[in-house]
Design a protein around this ligand. Sequence first.
Ligand code: NAD
Length: 540
Amino acid sequence: MKLNTNAKSLLKVQAHLVAECFNKLFIGGQFVDPIDGEKLPTYYPATGELLHELPRGKANDVEAAIAAADLVWAEGTWAGMTAAERGKIVAKMAQGIEDNIDMLAEIEAADVGKPFRQAAMTLGGAAAEGKYWCSLGAALDAEQDMPVNSGGGEGGVPPEEWDVVYRRDPIGVIGLISAWNYPMNIAFRKVAPALVAGNCAILKPSEIAGLSCMFIAKLAQDAGIPAGVFSVVTGDRDAGAALAAAPSVSMISFTGSSLTGSKIMNACAPKLSQVALELGGKSALVVFDDTDLDHAVETAMKGFLTNGGQICTAHTRLVVQDGLETPLLDKLKEELEKLPFCSDPITEKDRGDRAWEDGMTDVVQPVVCESQHQKILGFLDEAKAVGVEVVTGGGVPDVEAVGNSGGYFIQPTVLTNVARDSDVWQKEVFGPVLSVRSFSTEQEAVQEANSTAFGLASTVMSADPAKAMRVANRIRAGAVYATSTGEGILAEHPAVSRGGFGCSGVGRELGIGGLHEYTELKSVNYTGFSLADAKKQNTG
Ligand code: NAD
C-alpha cells in the first residue's frame, strides 16, 4: 500500500531550496561549488522521500575556508572593532532569522521531521537569543581593561605600583561543528557569540539535517560580514574531522554525540587548541510520591517526547518513588496510546488542536533518518532480549496509524524491569524511549539519578520544596529543575549558562560565561606609566 501523501508539501519546501545558499558552500564571502563537485542527499523523515541534495564539502574545501579566515584574521580588522560594533552587524543576521521564520520552519520540518509549529517556536528562540548575544557585545567591551581586583585570599592584591588590567581577546580562527536536532538554534548559538567576540569562524553543519544552517551564509552576506570572517562548509564527518585537525584552527566549538566529542578532543590534543563540547545526555526525571499525578504524567511525556526524544536534555530515565509507580505508569500508558502520529510535519500548522504552546507534547513525530531509526530499534530488540518489560510501544507503528508509509516512526515506548547496567539505562537512545526504575528513599533517588556517566540535565518533582532542593543540590548535572508542577523543564534562557558534567561536555554555553568561551583572558601589566597615560597619548 502506498500512502505517501506529502508530495505537495514537499514540493513547497523544495521550492525554497532552489536558492543559491542551499546549493553552494560559502567561502571567502562567495557562494562556490565544492571543489570535487560532490553532493549529499537528505530525506523527509515522514516519508523517506528525497528532500534535497546539498554540496558535500571535503577537506580541500575546508582548507579553502581556513585560508580565507587566516587571511582576514591576520589583517586584524574584524578583531580590532569593538564587540558592540560587531554586535550591530551580527544583529542583522538574528533579525534575518526572525524575518524568515515561516520558510525556515518549513525547511526544518522537512529536514528534521519536527512539527512546523515547534520548529517555528524554536526558531523564534534562535533569533531572540542571537539578539541577546549581540547586546552582550557592549558588556564585553565594558570588561576590557578592567582593573585586577583581589579575588580574596591572603596576599591576593597585586603590588600597588602595578597598573594591571584584564582584557578578553578573541581566540582566532575557530571551527563550529553542529548537530541536526535543532539545526539553526545549535548553529546560531555558536555563530553569534563567536563573531561578536571577534573571531573568524567556519561552520560545519550536520549532514543529516543542516539545511536551515546554510541560510546563515546568506544572512552573513546580507549583513555585510567581511569576506572570510565567516564561512559555511557543508559536508559529512570527514569535513568536520579536517576542520578539527587543521593546525591554524585555534578552537572547536562542537555540539553532538559524546563519541564524536571525544574524537574532536583527540584531534585538538596535539596542537593543544581549545574545545567547547556540548554532548549527549541521559537525564533523569525523579518523581516523589507526593507529586500530583497529572503533573507527573505531563512532565514525563514532555521530558521524553519533545522533538521525538531527540533532544540532548531529554528526560529518558524516569526514577519514580515506589508508591506512585503503578498509577503513574498506568496513566502514562493511557495518555501515550492516545497520541496521534504527525504524518506531515510540514503542514502540521494546519491542524487546529495543537497544545504545544501550553507546553504539551501532543503529537508523535518521526525520528530524523533511517540509520537513527534502525539504531533505536536495535536498542529495543536488545532490551527485550535481556528481559526488559515493554509497558507500551516497543516498535514501529502500523502504517494506517501513521497515515504514511516509508517514514521513520517509532511508537512512544516505556520500559520497566530495566537493570542499572543495561544499555537502555546507560546509553543515549535519542528517540521516544523512556526507561523506568523505582526508589524508596531520598538517598536511593539521588543514586539512581547519578547512575550514568552523563550529567546534562535532570528534574526532581515533589510537593515538598525542602526535599526537592536537597535532591537537586546532589544531582550531578549542568542544569537541574526542582519543581512541583513540571513547568519549565527543558526550558532554556539565554542568560542562564548551561553545559555538561562528565560525558555530557566540556565548557558552558549561554550567559556572559558562554561569550567568554570564545575569548582568551589576558592580563596587561603597566609599570613606569599607567594605562591612563597610555590611553591619553594613544593616537593609533
Ligand atoms: P554526531 O556527533 O554524530 O555529529 C555531530 C556533528 O559532528 C556533525 O556535523 C558531524 O558531521 C560531525 N562529525 C562527526 N564525526 C566527526 C569527527 N570525527 N570529527 C569532526 N566532526 C565530526 O551527533 P548528531 O547525531 O549530529 O547529534 C546528536 C547528538 O548531539 C546527541 O548525542 C545529542 O545529545 C547531542 N546534542 C547535544 C546538545 C547539547 O547542548 N549538549 C545539543 C544538541 C545535541
